[in-house]
Design a protein. Structure first.
Length: 115
């Protein structure tokens, strides 16, 4: 009986754990590190920006969220990335890239958010 309870507890722990990984381009990491001025925490936001030529990107901002309880954290390319648990992504992995905004400037965002 003890062995069965241990197996059940291990299964439930594994089933409830959410492992998040992040796929980030080098230019996105470089831009985030440069504009972070020493802060290596970034968060995926629920604000979207339109890219030149179409498409929308969930914007990535520097700094940790005020309340990190609803985020998963992932270490990627020297950054701690906060990923909102309420967001879903194609292939289950957020892709963080740079993109040209309609304003002509470049920004960092996630193109594969499914709403």
């Amino acid at each position: 009986m003890k062995n069965t309870m241990f197996k059940l507890a291990a299964f439930l722990t594994g089933a409830l754990a959410l492992v998040v990984s992040v796929n980030m381009t080098q230019d996105a990491a470089d831009m985030l590190l440069a504009r972070g001025e020493g802060d290596s925490s970034v968060r995926i936001t629920n604000a979207f920006a339109c890219a030149r030529g179409g498409g929308s990107f969930a914007v990535v901002r520097n700094g940790a969220p005020e309340d990190a309880a609803d985020y998963d954290t992932v270490e990627a390319m020297g950054l701690t990335v906060y990923v909102p648990r309420v967001m879903s992504f194609e292939d289950e992995t957020p892709r963080i890239v740079t993109f040209p905004r309609r304003t002509g400037s470049r920004d960092v965002g996630v193109p594969n958010v499914t709403r």
